[in-house]
Design a protein around this ligand. Structure first.
Ligand SMILES: Cc1cc2nc3c(=O)[nH]c(=O)nc-3n(C[C@H](O)[C@H](O)[C@H](O)COP(=O)(O)OP(=O)(O)OC[C@H]3O[C@@H](n4cnc5c(N)ncnc54)[C@H](O)[C@@H]3O)c2cc1C
Length: 343
């Protein structure tokens, strides 16, 4: 692939972790801000929507493909600036998230070590506000630089304006913002965050959890046991969000399912485990439609086996949502988005 060139009818499935779906009408790659501006100009000239693509680990590409311009974000610069008790890690949005985590850990600074092992890019992490093991991307976010694909304006989005919430951000709501660079504030002083159950168990087994590198190693090892990355099948991780319920709804449900794991949230709502519902209430581990199925070890994850179509993944997700609603009255939301259709 040549940077700056406009390619036509390019298969996108190989650029995603699910590995399903059709082609992009136009495809470009950006390694610099100038490349992003060129892609914006091209999309505007042809009156087409522009869809930034990171590592493709949180998207479902439709079988019919994408009638617009897919822009692969490959800005790879990364630097660390000293700032008193903390450092600023500033990286292009094409930098793989695992590289961001490794750079921070090697530097001995804290804040993102619990987010080790999550696939994707710096850009995707910001859009999704990734989270795991008691930490969230938003915890360390300082600012993001972006180019507005409609107005061409450059815009810096600061923490106060980023509207981060559970797996969402302003970037998910305002689709014209193409993020070029993100700055994270990471702490020099030790603030290990190891209260999460899996990490507590690792500690009890004698796994060291003092340095960022210790935690990164432990989290990667825990995650490697949970996700189907090694079995040669497609997945986008958790396909659905865990439901966040008002207290009244939670108490009503808890009467029927007293063992249901629950996590009280700051706002007074209660997050419940969808994987638990899918397993213990609906017995859906391994449930399949065509070549798409709920992963046996972690049923919130959809696995697409060789030859699967996006329509099968979509049908499975719709059917799972229907079953959850019938059993519990809860409307579950997808975490994975259908790429190229931002309604
Ligand atoms: C095995 C597996 C495990 C996972 N585990 C977790 C987990 O523990 N926690 C978690 O939160 N997520 C998890 N995920 C989901 C996924 O890794 C994250 O959502 C990731 O941050 C997506 O990044 P990406 O670069 O792949 O984004 P993509 O999938 O390429 O894109 C996602 C969205 O971001 C937009 N986007 C990407 N780059 C930019 C940019 N520069 N500017 C504007 N918009 C942009 C895209 O247009 C799209 O809308 C997992 C996925 C897999 C496959």
């Amino acid at each position: 692939m040549s940077v700056g060139q406009v390619l036509e009818n390019i298969p996108i499935a190989p650029l995603t972790t699910l590995g399903v779906g059709g082609t992009a009408r136009f495809f470009m790659e950006a390694q610099t801000d100038r490349d992003v501006e060129s892609a914006v100009a091209f999309a505007q000239q042809h009156a087409l929507p522009l869809f930034p693509l990171g590592e493709g680990s949180n998207i479902l590409v439709p079988d019919a493909g994408i009638k617009g311009v897919v822009l692969k974000m490959s800005l790879q610069d990364i630097r660390i600036e000293e700032d008193g008790d903390s450092v600023l890690l500033i990286a292009g949005t094409g930098v793989p998230w695992e590289r961001v985590v490794s750079e921070a850990a090697a530097r001995g600074v804290f804040g993102i070590e619990n987010l080790a092992g999550i696939p994707g890019s710096m850009g995707g992490a910001a859009v999704q506000n990734i989270g795991a093991y008691g930490a969230e991307f938003a915890d360390t976010f300082e600012y993001a630089d972006s180019i507005d694909s409609i107005t061409n304006a450059q815009r810096r989005v600061n923490r106060a304006d980023a509207s981060f919430a559970y797996r969402t951000s302003i970037f998910k709501k305002n689709r014209s913002l193409i993020i070029t660079r993100v700055a994270l504030r990471l702490a020099k002083q030790a603030i290990p965050n190891t209260a999460y159950a899996d990490l507590e168990s690792a500690r009890a087994e004698g796994v060291p959890l003092t340095l960022p590198t210790d935690i990164v190693r432990a989290v990667r090892s825990i995650r490697a046991r949970k996700f189907p990355r090694d079995v040669g099948e497609g997945t986008a991780g958790s396909f659905f969000k865990n439901p966040v319920l008002p207290q009244e709804k939670f108490y009503e449900l808890a009467k029927h399912f007293p063992d249901m794991p629950a996590f009280p949230q700051k706002e007074g709502t209660v997050k419940i485990s969808l994987a638990w519902l899918l397993d213990h209430v609906l017995s859906l581990k391994g449930f399949s439609i065509g070549r798409a199925r709920l992963y046996e070890k972690q049923p919130i994850v959809i696995v697409a086996s060789a030859g699967a179509r996006a329509a099968e993944v979509d049908a499975l997700a719709t059917e799972v949502a229907r079953k959850v609603f019938l059993a519990t009255g809860i409307h579950i939301e997808r975490e994975v988005e259908t790429f190229g259709s931002y309604e």
